[in-house]
Design a protein around this ligand. Structure first.
Ligand SMILES: [Zn+2]
Length: 437
Protein backbone atom coordinates (compact mmCIF):
# COMPACT_ATOMS: atom_id res chain seq x y z
CA UNK A 1 0.00 0.00 0.00
CA UNK A 2 1.44 3.39 -0.84
CA UNK A 3 0.83 6.70 0.78
CA UNK A 4 -1.42 8.62 -1.59
CA UNK A 5 0.18 11.95 -0.88
CA UNK A 6 3.61 10.45 -1.33
CA UNK A 7 3.15 9.37 -4.92
CA UNK A 8 4.05 12.70 -6.41
CA UNK A 9 6.91 13.19 -8.81
CA UNK A 10 9.94 14.81 -7.23
CA UNK A 11 9.96 18.57 -7.04
CA UNK A 12 12.86 18.92 -9.40
CA UNK A 13 10.96 16.92 -12.01
CA UNK A 14 7.97 19.14 -11.46
CA UNK A 15 9.82 22.36 -11.98
CA UNK A 16 11.17 21.24 -15.30
CA UNK A 17 8.35 19.02 -16.49
CA UNK A 18 5.87 20.44 -18.87
CA UNK A 19 2.45 19.06 -18.06
CA UNK A 20 1.46 16.91 -20.99
CA UNK A 21 -1.93 17.76 -22.28
CA UNK A 22 -3.30 14.21 -22.40
CA UNK A 23 -5.89 15.04 -19.75
CA UNK A 24 -6.92 18.48 -20.96
CA UNK A 25 -10.61 17.67 -20.72
CA UNK A 26 -10.34 17.37 -16.95
CA UNK A 27 -10.34 21.18 -16.64
CA UNK A 28 -14.08 21.73 -17.31
CA UNK A 29 -14.86 18.74 -15.08
CA UNK A 30 -12.95 20.25 -12.18
CA UNK A 31 -14.39 23.70 -12.80
CA UNK A 32 -17.83 22.14 -12.51
CA UNK A 33 -17.24 19.66 -9.65
CA UNK A 34 -14.58 21.41 -7.63
CA UNK A 35 -14.82 25.16 -8.25
CA UNK A 36 -12.44 27.29 -6.20
CA UNK A 37 -13.31 30.92 -5.78
CA UNK A 38 -10.70 33.44 -6.92
CA UNK A 39 -8.67 30.68 -8.61
CA UNK A 40 -8.70 29.15 -12.08
CA UNK A 41 -7.55 25.81 -13.43
CA UNK A 42 -4.72 25.93 -15.93
CA UNK A 43 -2.82 23.23 -17.82
CA UNK A 44 -3.70 19.64 -17.03
CA UNK A 45 -2.08 16.38 -18.01
CA UNK A 46 -0.32 13.21 -17.00
CA UNK A 47 2.98 13.41 -15.17
CA UNK A 48 3.86 9.75 -15.08
CA UNK A 49 0.79 7.92 -13.76
CA UNK A 50 -1.00 10.74 -11.90
CA UNK A 51 -2.82 13.64 -13.44
CA UNK A 52 -1.51 17.08 -12.53
CA UNK A 53 -3.74 20.12 -12.82
CA UNK A 54 -2.19 23.54 -12.42
CA UNK A 55 -4.12 26.06 -10.34
CA UNK A 56 -3.57 29.81 -10.65
CA UNK A 57 -4.98 32.77 -8.74
CA UNK A 58 -7.52 34.73 -10.77
CA UNK A 59 -5.88 37.83 -12.18
CA UNK A 60 -6.00 40.74 -9.75
CA UNK A 61 -7.45 38.68 -6.88
CA UNK A 62 -6.16 39.16 -3.35
CA UNK A 63 -4.99 36.17 -1.32
CA UNK A 64 -6.12 35.29 2.21
CA UNK A 65 -3.70 35.53 5.13
CA UNK A 66 -2.92 32.06 6.52
CA UNK A 67 -3.21 33.31 10.08
CA UNK A 68 -6.18 35.65 10.31
CA UNK A 69 -7.91 34.95 6.99
CA UNK A 70 -7.93 38.64 6.03
CA UNK A 71 -7.25 39.66 2.45
CA UNK A 72 -3.99 41.23 1.41
CA UNK A 73 -1.76 41.91 -1.59
CA UNK A 74 0.77 39.32 -2.71
CA UNK A 75 4.23 39.77 -1.18
CA UNK A 76 5.90 37.06 -3.25
CA UNK A 77 5.20 33.68 -4.85
CA UNK A 78 7.04 30.45 -4.10
CA UNK A 79 9.19 29.06 -6.88
CA UNK A 80 8.35 25.51 -5.80
CA UNK A 81 4.88 24.29 -6.60
CA UNK A 82 3.02 22.37 -3.91
CA UNK A 83 0.92 19.31 -4.68
CA UNK A 84 -2.53 18.72 -3.22
CA UNK A 85 -4.18 15.37 -3.75
CA UNK A 86 -7.72 15.53 -5.06
CA UNK A 87 -10.48 12.93 -5.44
CA UNK A 88 -9.22 10.32 -7.94
CA UNK A 89 -10.75 10.38 -11.38
CA UNK A 90 -11.38 7.16 -13.30
CA UNK A 91 -8.84 5.43 -11.05
CA UNK A 92 -6.15 8.05 -11.69
CA UNK A 93 -4.65 10.02 -8.84
CA UNK A 94 -5.27 13.73 -9.35
CA UNK A 95 -3.00 16.42 -7.95
CA UNK A 96 -3.65 20.13 -7.91
CA UNK A 97 -0.36 21.91 -8.55
CA UNK A 98 -0.09 25.34 -7.01
CA UNK A 99 2.65 27.82 -6.22
CA UNK A 100 1.82 29.28 -2.83
CA UNK A 101 1.91 33.04 -2.35
CA UNK A 102 2.93 34.99 0.70
CA UNK A 103 0.47 37.68 1.66
CA UNK A 104 1.35 41.06 3.07
CA UNK A 105 -1.32 41.12 5.78
CA UNK A 106 -2.01 44.46 7.43
CA UNK A 107 -2.57 42.70 10.79
CA UNK A 108 -0.09 39.80 10.87
CA UNK A 109 2.67 40.87 8.50
CA UNK A 110 3.98 38.59 5.77
CA UNK A 111 2.30 35.20 5.99
CA UNK A 112 1.80 32.18 3.71
CA UNK A 113 -1.62 32.30 2.15
CA UNK A 114 -4.64 30.18 2.98
CA UNK A 115 -6.06 28.19 0.07
CA UNK A 116 -9.70 27.13 -0.07
CA UNK A 117 -9.06 23.52 -1.17
CA UNK A 118 -6.74 22.44 1.69
CA UNK A 119 -5.88 23.25 5.28
CA UNK A 120 -2.48 24.45 6.40
CA UNK A 121 0.28 22.17 5.21
CA UNK A 122 -2.02 19.22 4.64
CA UNK A 123 -1.41 17.83 1.17
CA UNK A 124 -4.69 16.00 1.06
CA UNK A 125 -7.37 18.30 -0.38
CA UNK A 126 -10.40 18.99 1.78
CA UNK A 127 -12.87 17.43 -0.65
CA UNK A 128 -10.75 14.29 -0.86
CA UNK A 129 -10.56 14.07 2.93
CA UNK A 130 -14.32 14.40 3.17
CA UNK A 131 -14.73 11.72 0.50
CA UNK A 132 -12.47 9.31 2.45
CA UNK A 133 -14.26 10.07 5.71
CA UNK A 134 -17.70 9.53 4.20
CA UNK A 135 -16.55 6.20 2.78
CA UNK A 136 -15.87 4.91 6.27
CA UNK A 137 -19.54 5.35 7.17
CA UNK A 138 -20.22 2.25 5.05
CA UNK A 139 -17.10 0.11 5.27
CA UNK A 140 -14.06 -0.26 7.51
CA UNK A 141 -11.26 2.29 7.55
CA UNK A 142 -8.89 -0.32 6.19
CA UNK A 143 -11.21 -1.08 3.26
CA UNK A 144 -11.41 2.63 2.36
CA UNK A 145 -7.61 2.85 2.51
CA UNK A 146 -7.35 -0.13 0.15
CA UNK A 147 -9.94 1.21 -2.30
CA UNK A 148 -8.24 4.60 -2.59
CA UNK A 149 -4.68 3.26 -2.35
CA UNK A 150 -3.75 5.35 0.66
CA UNK A 151 -2.48 4.38 4.10
CA UNK A 152 -4.67 3.81 7.13
CA UNK A 153 -3.06 6.96 8.61
CA UNK A 154 -4.33 9.15 5.75
CA UNK A 155 -7.87 7.87 6.36
CA UNK A 156 -7.49 8.40 10.10
CA UNK A 157 -6.30 12.00 9.64
CA UNK A 158 -9.14 12.70 7.18
CA UNK A 159 -11.73 11.46 9.65
CA UNK A 160 -10.17 13.38 12.51
CA UNK A 161 -10.38 16.57 10.46
CA UNK A 162 -14.05 15.97 9.65
CA UNK A 163 -14.79 15.18 13.30
CA UNK A 164 -12.98 18.29 14.57
CA UNK A 165 -14.98 20.40 12.15
CA UNK A 166 -18.21 18.70 13.25
CA UNK A 167 -17.56 19.14 16.96
CA UNK A 168 -16.84 22.82 16.43
CA UNK A 169 -19.96 23.42 14.35
CA UNK A 170 -22.47 21.05 15.94
CA UNK A 171 -25.69 22.26 17.41
CA UNK A 172 -25.51 21.86 21.17
CA UNK A 173 -29.07 22.98 21.58
CA UNK A 174 -31.70 21.63 23.89
CA UNK A 175 -30.91 18.17 25.19
CA UNK A 176 -33.60 16.83 27.50
CA UNK A 177 -32.66 13.18 27.90
CA UNK A 178 -29.21 11.64 28.15
CA UNK A 179 -28.00 8.09 28.55
CA UNK A 180 -24.75 7.29 30.33
CA UNK A 181 -23.11 4.00 29.49
CA UNK A 182 -19.74 2.31 29.56
CA UNK A 183 -18.19 0.18 26.89
CA UNK A 184 -15.35 -2.29 27.28
CA UNK A 185 -12.50 -1.87 24.82
CA UNK A 186 -9.25 -3.70 24.15
CA UNK A 187 -10.57 -7.09 25.20
CA UNK A 188 -12.15 -5.66 28.31
CA UNK A 189 -8.92 -4.23 29.71
CA UNK A 190 -10.13 -0.64 29.52
CA UNK A 191 -13.45 1.17 29.55
CA UNK A 192 -14.85 4.24 27.88
CA UNK A 193 -17.80 6.25 29.12
CA UNK A 194 -20.29 7.30 26.48
CA UNK A 195 -22.94 9.95 26.98
CA UNK A 196 -25.72 9.89 24.40
CA UNK A 197 -28.57 12.21 23.71
CA UNK A 198 -31.61 9.91 23.74
CA UNK A 199 -34.50 12.29 23.10
CA UNK A 200 -37.26 10.77 20.99
CA UNK A 201 -36.33 11.36 17.37
CA UNK A 202 -32.95 12.85 18.17
CA UNK A 203 -30.30 10.38 19.15
CA UNK A 204 -26.61 10.96 18.95
CA UNK A 205 -23.38 10.59 20.82
CA UNK A 206 -22.67 13.72 22.83
CA UNK A 207 -19.45 12.91 24.61
CA UNK A 208 -16.76 10.24 25.04
CA UNK A 209 -14.52 9.96 28.12
CA UNK A 210 -11.67 7.71 29.18
CA UNK A 211 -12.40 5.14 31.88
CA UNK A 212 -15.61 4.91 33.94
CA UNK A 213 -14.73 6.63 37.18
CA UNK A 214 -16.44 9.44 39.04
CA UNK A 215 -13.89 11.84 37.51
CA UNK A 216 -14.87 10.70 34.01
CA UNK A 217 -18.56 11.41 34.37
CA UNK A 218 -17.87 14.60 36.31
CA UNK A 219 -15.79 15.82 33.35
CA UNK A 220 -18.88 15.46 31.16
CA UNK A 221 -21.02 17.54 33.50
CA UNK A 222 -18.30 20.18 33.69
CA UNK A 223 -18.31 20.45 29.94
CA UNK A 224 -22.03 20.15 29.29
CA UNK A 225 -23.71 20.57 32.62
CA UNK A 226 -23.78 24.20 33.61
CA UNK A 227 -25.58 25.77 30.71
CA UNK A 228 -28.13 23.11 29.91
CA UNK A 229 -28.71 21.48 33.27
CA UNK A 230 -32.16 23.04 33.83
CA UNK A 231 -33.31 21.75 30.46
CA UNK A 232 -32.34 18.19 31.24
CA UNK A 233 -35.25 16.14 32.40
CA UNK A 234 -34.08 12.60 32.28
CA UNK A 235 -30.78 10.75 32.80
CA UNK A 236 -30.57 7.03 32.08
CA UNK A 237 -27.62 5.04 33.36
CA UNK A 238 -26.63 1.58 34.50
CA UNK A 239 -26.19 0.57 38.13
CA UNK A 240 -22.48 1.39 38.17
CA UNK A 241 -22.10 3.24 41.48
CA UNK A 242 -19.69 6.02 40.35
CA UNK A 243 -22.20 7.03 37.64
CA UNK A 244 -25.21 6.88 39.95
CA UNK A 245 -23.48 8.97 42.63
CA UNK A 246 -22.23 11.71 40.32
CA UNK A 247 -25.53 11.92 38.43
CA UNK A 248 -27.36 12.35 41.74
CA UNK A 249 -24.99 15.17 42.72
CA UNK A 250 -24.86 16.94 39.38
CA UNK A 251 -28.34 16.41 37.96
CA UNK A 252 -30.42 15.85 41.07
CA UNK A 253 -33.35 17.77 39.56
CA UNK A 254 -33.56 15.39 36.61
CA UNK A 255 -35.41 12.10 36.58
CA UNK A 256 -32.77 9.45 37.11
CA UNK A 257 -33.53 6.09 35.56
CA UNK A 258 -31.71 2.79 35.67
CA UNK A 259 -31.62 1.30 32.24
CA UNK A 260 -33.52 -1.92 31.74
CA UNK A 261 -30.86 -3.34 29.45
CA UNK A 262 -28.24 -3.19 32.18
CA UNK A 263 -30.52 -4.56 34.89
CA UNK A 264 -31.31 -7.55 32.66
CA UNK A 265 -27.60 -7.98 31.83
CA UNK A 266 -26.73 -8.07 35.55
CA UNK A 267 -29.45 -10.63 36.16
CA UNK A 268 -28.20 -12.77 33.26
CA UNK A 269 -24.68 -12.69 34.69
CA UNK A 270 -26.03 -13.97 38.01
CA UNK A 271 -27.91 -16.84 36.34
CA UNK A 272 -24.91 -17.73 34.23
CA UNK A 273 -22.73 -17.85 37.32
CA UNK A 274 -25.14 -20.32 38.95
CA UNK A 275 -25.19 -22.43 35.79
CA UNK A 276 -21.42 -22.47 35.24
CA UNK A 277 -20.67 -23.36 38.88
CA UNK A 278 -23.24 -26.13 38.88
CA UNK A 279 -22.04 -27.53 35.54
CA UNK A 280 -18.49 -27.71 36.89
CA UNK A 281 -19.69 -29.44 40.08
CA UNK A 282 -21.72 -32.01 38.14
CA UNK A 283 -18.76 -32.79 35.90
CA UNK A 284 -16.47 -33.18 38.90
CA UNK A 285 -18.89 -35.59 40.56
CA UNK A 286 -19.18 -37.64 37.39
CA UNK A 287 -22.85 -36.93 36.63
CA UNK A 288 -24.30 -36.85 33.16
CA UNK A 289 -23.29 -33.47 31.57
CA UNK A 290 -26.86 -32.18 31.39
CA UNK A 291 -25.80 -28.52 31.60
CA UNK A 292 -23.21 -28.62 28.84
CA UNK A 293 -24.08 -26.22 25.98
CA UNK A 294 -27.04 -24.79 27.87
CA UNK A 295 -25.69 -21.26 28.28
CA UNK A 296 -27.89 -19.64 25.64
CA UNK A 297 -30.91 -21.79 26.53
CA UNK A 298 -30.80 -20.25 29.95
CA UNK A 299 -29.92 -16.69 28.92
CA UNK A 300 -32.15 -16.25 25.88
CA UNK A 301 -35.85 -15.59 26.14
CA UNK A 302 -37.95 -18.63 25.34
CA UNK A 303 -39.52 -17.07 22.26
CA UNK A 304 -36.05 -16.58 20.73
CA UNK A 305 -35.01 -20.21 21.17
CA UNK A 306 -34.15 -22.43 18.24
CA UNK A 307 -35.83 -25.84 18.10
CA UNK A 308 -32.75 -27.52 19.58
CA UNK A 309 -32.50 -24.98 22.39
CA UNK A 310 -36.20 -25.45 23.10
CA UNK A 311 -35.70 -29.23 23.46
CA UNK A 312 -32.59 -28.86 25.63
CA UNK A 313 -34.35 -26.41 27.94
CA UNK A 314 -37.29 -28.80 28.25
CA UNK A 315 -34.91 -31.55 29.44
CA UNK A 316 -33.14 -29.23 31.87
CA UNK A 317 -36.40 -27.98 33.36
CA UNK A 318 -37.37 -31.54 34.28
CA UNK A 319 -34.33 -31.86 36.52
CA UNK A 320 -33.95 -30.63 40.04
CA UNK A 321 -31.06 -28.27 39.55
CA UNK A 322 -30.07 -24.94 41.07
CA UNK A 323 -29.86 -23.56 37.51
CA UNK A 324 -33.55 -24.30 37.00
CA UNK A 325 -34.49 -22.34 40.12
CA UNK A 326 -32.33 -19.42 38.98
CA UNK A 327 -33.86 -19.56 35.49
CA UNK A 328 -37.42 -19.55 36.82
CA UNK A 329 -36.66 -16.57 39.06
CA UNK A 330 -35.28 -14.71 36.04
CA UNK A 331 -38.31 -15.49 33.96
CA UNK A 332 -40.70 -14.27 36.60
CA UNK A 333 -38.69 -11.03 36.92
CA UNK A 334 -39.55 -10.17 33.30
CA UNK A 335 -43.06 -9.26 34.41
CA UNK A 336 -41.63 -6.32 36.38
CA UNK A 337 -41.20 -4.25 33.21
CA UNK A 338 -44.81 -4.82 32.16
CA UNK A 339 -46.27 -2.96 35.15
CA UNK A 340 -47.74 0.45 34.52
CA UNK A 341 -48.10 1.51 38.14
CA UNK A 342 -44.95 2.22 40.12
CA UNK A 343 -46.41 1.17 43.55
CA UNK A 344 -47.47 -2.24 42.20
CA UNK A 345 -44.16 -2.66 40.45
CA UNK A 346 -42.51 -1.88 43.80
CA UNK A 347 -44.59 -4.56 45.49
CA UNK A 348 -43.60 -7.06 42.78
CA UNK A 349 -39.95 -6.12 43.14
CA UNK A 350 -40.02 -6.63 46.92
CA UNK A 351 -41.71 -10.04 46.57
CA UNK A 352 -39.22 -11.10 43.90
CA UNK A 353 -36.26 -9.97 46.00
CA UNK A 354 -37.53 -11.92 49.02
CA UNK A 355 -37.84 -15.06 46.88
CA UNK A 356 -34.34 -14.56 45.52
CA UNK A 357 -32.94 -14.06 49.04
CA UNK A 358 -34.52 -17.35 50.10
CA UNK A 359 -33.26 -19.20 47.04
CA UNK A 360 -29.95 -20.15 48.69
CA UNK A 361 -28.25 -19.13 45.43
CA UNK A 362 -25.46 -16.69 46.21
CA UNK A 363 -25.36 -14.88 42.80
CA UNK A 364 -29.16 -14.43 42.91
CA UNK A 365 -28.96 -13.10 46.46
CA UNK A 366 -26.31 -10.59 45.40
CA UNK A 367 -28.54 -9.49 42.54
CA UNK A 368 -31.51 -9.07 44.90
CA UNK A 369 -29.36 -6.91 47.21
CA UNK A 370 -28.35 -4.71 44.27
CA UNK A 371 -32.00 -4.27 43.30
CA UNK A 372 -32.96 -3.35 46.87
CA UNK A 373 -30.15 -0.79 47.01
CA UNK A 374 -31.38 0.84 43.80
CA UNK A 375 -35.11 0.38 44.43
CA UNK A 376 -36.12 4.09 44.13
CA UNK A 377 -34.18 4.52 40.90
CA UNK A 378 -35.64 1.32 39.44
CA UNK A 379 -39.13 2.60 40.04
CA UNK A 380 -38.52 5.89 38.24
CA UNK A 381 -38.59 3.76 35.08
CA UNK A 382 -42.38 3.75 35.33
CA UNK A 383 -42.58 7.51 35.75
CA UNK A 384 -40.55 7.97 32.58
CA UNK A 385 -42.35 5.42 30.44
CA UNK A 386 -42.94 6.91 27.02
CA UNK A 387 -40.38 9.70 27.49
CA UNK A 388 -37.57 7.48 26.28
CA UNK A 389 -37.71 4.54 23.94
CA UNK A 390 -37.18 1.03 25.23
CA UNK A 391 -33.76 -0.38 24.55
CA UNK A 392 -32.39 2.94 23.37
CA UNK A 393 -29.21 2.62 25.43
CA UNK A 394 -28.74 -0.94 24.26
CA UNK A 395 -28.98 0.24 20.65
CA UNK A 396 -26.40 2.96 21.17
CA UNK A 397 -24.10 0.46 22.85
CA UNK A 398 -24.32 -1.94 19.90
CA UNK A 399 -23.63 0.86 17.43
CA UNK A 400 -20.60 1.97 19.46
CA UNK A 401 -19.17 -1.54 19.28
CA UNK A 402 -19.64 -1.56 15.50
CA UNK A 403 -18.00 1.86 15.11
CA UNK A 404 -14.96 0.70 17.06
CA UNK A 405 -14.74 -2.49 15.03
CA UNK A 406 -14.69 -0.50 11.77
CA UNK A 407 -11.66 1.51 12.94
CA UNK A 408 -9.72 -1.49 14.24
CA UNK A 409 -6.01 -1.62 13.74
CA UNK A 410 -4.68 0.98 16.10
CA UNK A 411 -4.87 0.97 19.84
CA UNK A 412 -4.92 4.58 20.83
CA UNK A 413 -7.65 6.30 22.70
CA UNK A 414 -7.76 9.16 20.18
CA UNK A 415 -8.63 6.78 17.35
CA UNK A 416 -11.49 5.25 19.32
CA UNK A 417 -12.82 8.66 20.24
CA UNK A 418 -12.65 9.85 16.62
CA UNK A 419 -14.35 6.66 15.37
CA UNK A 420 -17.20 7.01 17.86
CA UNK A 421 -17.85 10.69 17.17
CA UNK A 422 -17.63 10.09 13.43
CA UNK A 423 -20.15 7.26 13.35
CA UNK A 424 -22.52 8.21 16.13
CA UNK A 425 -22.15 11.95 16.75
CA UNK A 426 -24.37 13.03 13.83
CA UNK A 427 -21.88 15.81 13.29
CA UNK A 428 -22.31 18.36 10.51
CA UNK A 429 -19.68 17.96 7.79
CA UNK A 430 -17.87 20.64 5.80
CA UNK A 431 -20.08 21.83 2.97
CA UNK A 432 -18.86 21.55 -0.62
CA UNK A 433 -20.50 21.75 -4.01
CA UNK A 434 -20.61 17.98 -4.24
CA UNK A 435 -22.40 15.88 -1.64
CA UNK A 436 -20.78 12.54 -0.86
CA UNK A 437 -23.15 9.84 0.22
ZN1 LIG B 1 -3.37 38.15 8.93
Amino acid sequence: MTDGVGREASRSTLRTATVHTGARSIKPILTRCHPVRSFVYGAAGFVGEPIHVVVRPRAGSLGHCGECGGRGPTYDTSRHPRLFECVPLWGYVVFLVYRMRRIDCSTCGVRTEQVPWADGKNRCGNVYRLCLARGTRRVSWRAVALIFGVTWGVVNRAIRWVVEYGLLHRDRGRVTAIGVDDIAVWQGHKYLTLVDQIDQGSRRLLWVGKDRTQATIRAFFQMFGDVRAPARQCVVSDMWTPYVDVITQQAGHALQILDRFHVVATLNNAVDEVRATEARELARQGYEPILTHTRWCVLKRREQHTLDQHRTLKDVLHSDLRTVRAFLLTESFDAFWAYSSAPWAGWFLDTGCTRAMRSRLEPMKRFAKTLRRHRPLLLTWFAAKGAIALGVVEGMNTNATLAIRKARGFRTYDVLETALYHDLGRLPGPVFTHRFC
